[in-house]
Design a protein. Structure first.
Length: 82
C-alpha cells in the first residue's frame, strides 16, 4: 500500500534530517518500507530503519528481507488512535 502525501512528507523529512546528522560511514539508513525477517513466518515492515554498517554489511544486502535487526526502527502512522 502506498503512503499518503503527509506520511510521505514526514518520512522524507526524517530521511533528510537523519542523513544530515549521522555518520554515514558508520550507519546505513533504509527507507521505502524495508522488510525485516525475524524468523519463520515472522516478517515486519517499517518506514525507516537505521543500521550499524558493521551489522548490515554489503554482502548481507540482497533481494530478500533484511535479517539483521536495526538499531532504530521508525513507523509513521498518521491515523493513530489513542
Amino acid at each position: 500500500m502506498g503512503s499518503s502525501d503527509i506520511q510521505a512528507f514526514i518520512i522524507s523529512f526524517i530521511h533528510w534530517f537523519v542523513m544530515s546528522a549521522i555518520d554515514r560511514k558508520k550507519y546505513r539508513m533504509l527507507t521505502s518500507g524495508p522488510g525485516l525477517h525475524l524468523g519463520p513466518n515472522e516478517n515486519l515492515a517499517c518506514d525507516v530503519m537505521i543500521y550499524d554498517r558493521d551489522g548490515l554489511t554489503n554482502d548481507r544486502i540482497n533481494v530478500k528481507y533484511v535479517d539483521v535487526p536495526p538499531l532504530v526502527a521508525i513507523e509513521v502512522d498518521v491515523r493513530v488512535e489513542l
